[in-house]
Design a protein. Structure first.
Length: 269
């Protein structure tokens, strides 16, 4: 499964707050931490913003999501993967001193611009009423209205005669059945989940480890079998293959999404 698309117009955020060891100067470059949080949350890295504050080191990751339902899913996923200090330390590759806090928050919108003073100006008074028309004008208006009504009645009579003749002619002719072809367009195709080890590694950005997996005879089926035995067993195997903790977490997350996709496919079948 490829990298998720960035969120262009979000209404909700999920805020992850961590207290880590060290000093603020240790976190001048937060790109790796941003990528790790994005992979754990299952979102695009551009949807994650990192801020650092003192005391010890307070790390705040704000994740933009599309709406409230997506916010619930991301909050549940982060609580499962980063719910404790130990789990967060392992997943993010840093030393987390206390259990993280994970909350939802509505995305603040900028205030509306003030109404320009020009729109508040008073409207000019209505014009004074014109004098009533004279009797001669009334008579000319009545004549004109009568002529218009007579012309309209004549036109309607002509149209009715034409319609009658057309319908009479069509009723005497034999009706020829016409074939109607209906074309149905296929629905939108969903992006296919990775179905090979090389595709899975490429989706995680770990294609440079492909030769290591091949040398050890480690296949996609082996990974899925190890995942069913528990993340600890799979992580132990991946560490034996010289993967870092962050790379292990990326691969485990992608395997979880692949397994969920396969289960949904089996339900449809």
């Amino acid at each position: 499964m490829g990298t998720p698309c960035p969120v262009l117009d979000s209404t909700e955020t999920v805020v992850l707050t961590l207290r880590a060891s060290g000093s603020v100067s240790d976190y001048l470059d937060t790109s790796a931490l941003q990528t790790s949080v994005a992979f754990t949350a299952g979102v695009h890295p551009s949807s994650v913003s990192i801020s650092i504050a003192a005391g010890s080191v307070i790390i705040t990751a704000t994740i933009k999501v599309l709406d409230s339902s997506y916010a619930d899913a991301v909050q549940t996923k982060l609580s499962s993967s980063l719910g404790t200090a130990a789990a967060a330390s392992t997943a993010l590759g840093i030393t987390v001193e206390a259990d993280p806090t994970i909350i939802k928050a509505a995305l603040s919108r900028p205030p509306l611009p003030p109404v320009p003073p020009s729109s508040l100006r008073r409207r000019p008074p209505p014009p004074s009423p014109s004098p009533p028309p004279s009797k001669a004008e009334d008579n000319s208006v009545a004549i004109a209205v009568g002529a218009a009504c007579g012309g309209l009645a004549f036109l309607l009579a002509v149209i009715a005669i034409i319609v009658f003749l057309v319908m009479r002619r069509s009723s005497t002719s034999s009706a020829v059945p016409k074939e109607v072809s209906v074309h149905t367009s296929p629905g939108p195709k969903k992006a296919a989940a990775p179905q090979s080890l090389s595709a899975l590694l490429a989706a995680c950005g770990l294609e440079h480890h492909a030769k290591t997996f091949q040398a050890e005879g480690y296949t996609l089926e082996t990974l899925l079998t190890a995942l069913k035995q528990g993340e600890a067993a799979l992580k132990s195997d991946l560490r034996e293959l010289k993967l870092t903790l962050g790379e292990c977490r990326q691969l485990i997350n992608q395997l979880g999404l692949l397994e969920a996709s396969n289960e949904r496919t089996n339900e449809y079948l």
